[in-house]
Unconditional design. Sequence first.
Length: 265
Amino acid sequence: MAVETDVGTHLCEGETFSSLAAIEADVAKGTFTDCPKCGAHVTKEKLRRHLNTVHGEGGKKTPPPTAVAGPTVKFPWKAMAALAIVGVLVFATGFYVLGRIPSGGGPTPNTLPVAVLETSLGTMRIELDTINAPRTAANFIALVRAGFYDGLTFHRVVADFVVQGGDPNGDGTGGSGTTVTWEDTGLRNTLHTIAMARSQSPDSATSQFFLNLKDNTNLDTPPAYVVFGRVIGGHEVVTSIGSVPTDANDKPLSSVTMTRVYMES
């Protein structure tokens, strides 16, 4: 009879292959069994010793060592994003603030002074260009600070052309007693600009001035009537003065008075 031997199975320490006759006898008796762990063919009598020797005490294999998992470390994405946003805001604010501070430090000064003309028809504000018309603007400012224009009138009104004032005589013949040397300012006689009145001599301007009621480009022909500022408030007052009824000599039928003229600063 052909009998399968347990070739390839593990032998316990001290075990030997049984003789063919013994194996055939054991098979006949039904004493062979399979190891539940490795499938080796062993006799029932030797199964316990096989389990203890090959597979460990009590038939239990020692489990392989396993790595102990450490604590899970999560990257703080939300915190980092919040810090990044704060950093951008701080940088942008600092850039904005620094951009508004002049090189000398402190707030940006208003380099162009403003004269206020309170009239019987309302108040206007005139920005004086001391940068492009330094001599002419300085002359006007000095007269304003001296109170020269207080109580004077707009003695000449030509509709759609100019309104003129600053003459203490009230008829276009007077002045302050000093003249201003002509200067080329590069400024033009456009709507609501202020310029010096004068005779045909470029250096004859004194205290009389006019406000343009439109773009009077003909007054820019060299030597131009010197523009030294512009109306920045009370444009409607200029328009009202330019609309008053006048006589044949362009003098208003009802006086338009400069009740008070002063510098804002």
